[in-house]
Write a new protein. Structure first.
Length: 176
């Protein structure tokens, strides 16, 4: 005897039904709460879950179209982090040095940027990273660069192997 996964009753012949997206083995009474899964169709169908013959054909065609559209481009899927510039690791020192060279206090800089002085203190301590908006404000007001996007590191490199291709040794910088 098998126990019904909904009510806990013992049942000799449980039915597999799909309830709220989950497949459960239930008794005859609880089978009305879900859609019965056709167990014989799942082995021949391309989809794992099929609730009836008419919906299994529509779900298999929709999954086929969605997989071809997502996988048709080839290559790696792009995400939002690919276009983002990283904040330099010494952003706190750059902000402090630039502020001091301008002769501004933390409060004066905060007023100029229309931000809170506590934010400037946290940035200079390195406790928080600047948001994109604050980063642009700081770069403009202090005439500094806080992102690693197109830094001078790229212009220093003049590598390339004798075959014309780039190798790992051309890119890696060794610590001394």
């Amino acid at each position: 005897m098998v126990q019904c996964e909904m009510c806990g009753a013992e049942t000799a012949s449980p039915k597999t039904v799909k309830v709220e997206g989950a497949e459960l083995d239930v008794c005859d009474d609880c089978a009305d709460f879900g859609t019965e899964v056709q167990t014989q169709d799942t082995s021949s169908s391309s989809t794992k879950y099929s609730t009836s013959s008419s919906s299994s054909s529509s779900s298999s065609s929709s999954s086929t179209s969605s997989s071809s559209s997502s996988g048709g481009g080839g290559g790696r899927r792009r995400d939002m982090f690919d276009e983002m510039d990283e904040v330099v690791t010494d952003y706190d020192d750059r902000i402090r040095t630039a502020r001091e060279s301008e002769g501004l206090t933390q409060e004066e800089l905060a007023n100029q940027l229309n931000e809170k002085a506590s934010l400037i203190r946290k940035l200079e301590r390195g406790d928080v990273l600047p948001s994109d908006k604050v980063q642009r404000k700081l770069e403009k007001a202090l005439d500094i660069t806080l992102s690693e996007g197109g830094s001078a590191d790229d212009s220093e490199w003049s590598g390339g192997s004798s075959t014309g291709g780039t190798t790992l040794g051309d890119v890696v910088k060794r610590k001394d």
